[in-house]
Structure formats: C-alpha cells, structure tokens
Design a protein around this ligand. Sequence first.
Ligand code: PLP
Length: 377
Amino acid sequence: MHYLDYAATAPVPASVADAVYRAMTGDPYNPSAQYDAAGNTRRALQENRTVLADALGCEARSVVFTSCATESNNWALRAAAYHGRHTGKHIITTAVEHSAVLEVLRAMEQEGYEITRLMPDASGAVSAQQVARALRPDTVLVSMMLVNNETGAVFPVADVARLLKARQSPALLHCDAVQGFMKVPCPMQAWGVDLASFSAHKLGGPKGIGALYVAPHLKTLRPLLWGGGQENGLRSGTEATAQIAGFAAAVSLWRENGAAYLANISALKAECLRRLLTIPGMARIGQGESPHILSMTLSGYPAGNIVTELGQQGVCISAGSACHKGKPSHVIAAMGLSRRDAAGAFRVSFGPESTLRDVEALYEALRAHQQNRFPML
Ligand code: PLP
C-alpha cells in the first residue's frame, strides 16, 4: 500500500494507540468525580490539555476539547455570530473553506446573515487586502482557514488579525487550522486570533476528537453544550479521556520529531512535483506553500477514474477533498481553471511515514494511466 492521502487522515502510530489503550484500560474514573482516586484521571486530562496548549503557545484553559473539527467550526461560527449579535449580521469568509465552515455559513445565510465569500486568485491565494475591502462596521466575524485542504495554500491569518486590530473592528476572527497545525506556524494567541479549530486525526491522533482554541478575552462565549459544566462550562459532557490522551500523544510526537517529519515531507513533495511534471498533460494547480499538500491535474482525464484505478494498484490519493465524495470541488471551481484542468484535479498529501518508494509508485501508476487511457475531455 502506498498511502498518499494524509490530508484526509493519517495512520495512527503505535505509541499513540498505546496511549489511548492505557487511558481506556487504566483508572476507570470520571475526571469530575470528587473522591481522591479520580485525581490522577483529572491530572492526566489537564496534562494532555497542556500538551496542546504548549504546541499552540496558549494557556491550557484556552483549549476546549470537542468531538472533531467539524464540531469546532460549527460551534465557533455560531458562537461568534451570537457574540456580535448587537453589532450586525455580516460575515466574511473565503469561497474555498472546508465544507464544515461553508455549509454552516450557508445555513446561517438562510437565517438572515449576509455572507461575503472572498475568491482566490488563480494560484489559490486569498489576501488580507481582500478582507480589508470587504470589512464593514457591521461585520461580526471573519473566518479564514490556515491551510487550504485541497491546494495547500497558506492563508494570511496573522495579517488579517493585525488588520482587524488596526481597524478596531468588533469582528471576531475564526481560523480553521486543521491542515496547518504542526505543519506551519500557528501561534493563535500571539497572532490575536479569537477562535481556532483543530482535529487530531490529521496528525496521527484518533478520529473523533478535536479542539477549539478560545482566546482568553472571550469569557462569555456562548457554550456549545449545556450540562455538567465540563470544559469550563463551554462544552458539557464527560471528557473523552482516551481520545484526548491519543490527541496529546500525537501532538507530542510531532513536537519531538516535527522538524525531521517536515524535512522529509517537503523533500518528497518537491520530488513528487518534479517527477509528475514529466508526464505529458500533467500540471500543478496553484502554488500551495504548505509542506504536505500538492495539488495536480492530469488535464482532461477524469480524476475520479484516476483515483479509482490507482487505488486498485494500492496507491491512495484523492480527487480534490475526500470530504466531497465525488462532487466537483468548490475550491478548484473558485480558482477558475479550465474544464479540462478542473476535471483532472487530484491531491497528493504526505506524512511522517511517506517514502520515496510511495512517490515512485504514484509516478509509475500515473504514467501508465496517461499512456493507457484516453482523455475524456
Ligand atoms: N477543516 C479542514 C480544513 C479539514 O481538512 C477537515 C477534514 O478534512 C475538517 C475541517 C473536518 O475535520 P474533522 O474530520 O475533524 O471533522
């Protein structure tokens, strides 16, 4: 198997699975239980929260665990709009956010919010100047992702934070940082971002655990779930201690080995690009600067067929975002590619376990596809 779909999800390293297992089979206590025996469970939860907070450069109380980044995004957008309810109903985002942002905003649009969606240029970039032009006195929220999950473009979140401050805008800034966390710098607190979403499974952590960074000044953020008051009263429900242990173990691995991981990943991405461009009809899509995501097109060859055929040969890549399940990608559409280039768009993404052999297998399979099939457009 040649797995090159890390932006969809990452394999779980043994030490992460071990941390999950130990948390599940160790002390059976509820972290909120009052007897002394539960103290270790409570402390372990707090230590795991601190691992994430240290990686983010924020205080532990700013990290709220959720069930996934989709949940973090849903909550952040709704809570930010509620926060600004006396200011207005205008929201700025980009046209190329993940569906876990775009679909929430589409629902909010139907409820009366006005959404400005910034378009990327042909390279996939969105600028802080575009936000500056769209910003209004009644803007209550700007939501901009850190790294685009299809093109790997890195967005200027720090510049947008500075802009909002300079303009003394009441708008909150939310960042879907799922694809950027541990891959590019994201000191959310230092940048002045108000809310940021994270997911463990893109880093080799378990699926079904995420987090929302909540800036310290947002003391009255509207909770997601009301109940027993866990997570500082913001998201009630007994904490998913085992998944949280796995999340922290995955982040710890990245903190210890991140430089080596990124050196390997960046070198493989560069080599992959170099080799694929030797195949006739192959072109790069955008200029995504993230170390791990490469967007390419085999112009005119339907990407769905490429992905299926390569999958049968044990090479796993994705046609646009895996989350779109075969629908044409809104990201590729927003970049204004020709019909032929859009049809052939696929994503290759790398992780710590990726090797040159994976890149070679991809290259060979794509070259065979290009030679043995006819373009359909
Ligand atoms: N945001 C981005 C940019 C993503 O790439 C993904 C997953 O593909 C998500 C959000 C959703 O994350 P989760 O699977 O944790 O809900």
